[in-house]
Design a protein around this ligand. Structure first.
Ligand SMILES: [Mg+2]
Length: 297
């Protein structure tokens, strides 16, 4: 496991990629991409800390690649430094408008690259710490409600545009109040953290999102996931929480369990995000009234 910052070098010219890798490889973990599409894919999968992005590339050029990165909340915070041989005010303005943070001119000089990369990685680390405070639920470390609501609306628009299904699972801890009353809030906090950890570990795809939705309620958003698959995932989440065996004296099995409600936004139908949340909430209520520790969808 390395803790070195990760720099993604994107250039269609292998010689340029090699040169930048030589200049930075001793200090940073280097990822390489030969075109814009590959860069976008690597950003989603590997979450690099910084991009060195060639502007002039065949296919998706640097400006288009940068705009796409900035339009997706999952990659928008990755700083982009353009590497360019065009030294005009117009191309600089276009780069800044696309969302770049800085420029490196070709021919590439060692000192300029090292200084700029180090400086922007330092700023990125500071911004990450602030973002974590703003986006995370302090107790459990999963996403907070406010940020989740933003992502929910974003994923709703993506689902509609790409004609993909989008599933939402609302999860509520069974008889949490009696657990809190009996063992105190410190134990309640422990339970919330343990449930969040079990749910987080059970989600395997990087695009799946987990948030604390309310007091003892969690929400899980599954992009590109149809109803049947979402029901299977929900059932897996239910079993994993049960298997975590968090002690709870007021349940039949003496361990903490969860009830889950599943709803899916189907491509072609005109359901709103609000209706999706309402449906999942109603099914969660159904799971509770049918005896808890179950999935309804
Ligand atoms: Mg090029």
């Amino acid at each position: 496991m390395t803790l070195r910052p990760r720099v993604l070098i994107v250039d269609d010219d292998p010689a340029n990629r090699h040169l930048l890798e030589q200049m930075l490889g001793d200090e940073y973990e280097i990822l390489l991409a030969g075109d814009g599409e590959q860069a976008l894919e690597l950003c989603l999968r590997e979450a690099p800390d910084l991009l060195l992005l060639d502007i002039e590339m065949p296919g998706l050029d640097g400006l288009q690649t940068c705009r796409r990165l900035k339009a997706n909340p999952a990659t928008a915070s990755i700083p982009v430094i353009f590497v360019t041989s065009h030294d005009s005010p117009a191309s600089e303005a276009a780069g800044l408008a696309a969302g770049a943070i800085d420029f490196i001119r070709k021919p590439i000089r060692y000192e300029a690259v090292r200084a700029r990369v180090a400086r922007h990685l330092q700023l990125k680390a500071q911004a990450d710490r602030l973002r974590a405070m703003a986006y995370e639920d302090a107790l459990t470390g999963v996403l907070n409600r406010r940020y989740f609501d933003q992502l929910l609306h974003f994923e709703g628009r993506v689902a509609r545009r790409t004609c993909q299904p989008l599933s939402l699972v609302l999860i509520d801890i069974d008889r949490f109040k009696s657990c809190n009353d009996l063992h105190g809030h410190t134990y309640g906090d422990h339970c919330l953290r343990a449930v969040a950890a079990a749910l987080g570990a059970a989600l395997r795809r990087p695009q799946d999102l987990l948030a604390r939705y309310g007091g003892e309620e969690f929400a899980c958003l599954l992009p590109g996931t149809a109803r049947d698959e979402a029901l299977r995932t929900a059932e897996y989440l239910r079993r994993e929480v049960e298997a975590a065996a968090i002690a709870h004296p007021h349940t039949p099995a003496q361990v903490l369990t969860v009830s889950l409600g599943v709803a899916t936004l189907v491509p072609g139908e005109r359901d709103t995000i609000e209706a999706l949340v309402e449906k999942a909430d109603w099914r969660l209520y159904e799971a509770k009234s049918l005896g808890r520790n179950r999935v309804c969808g």
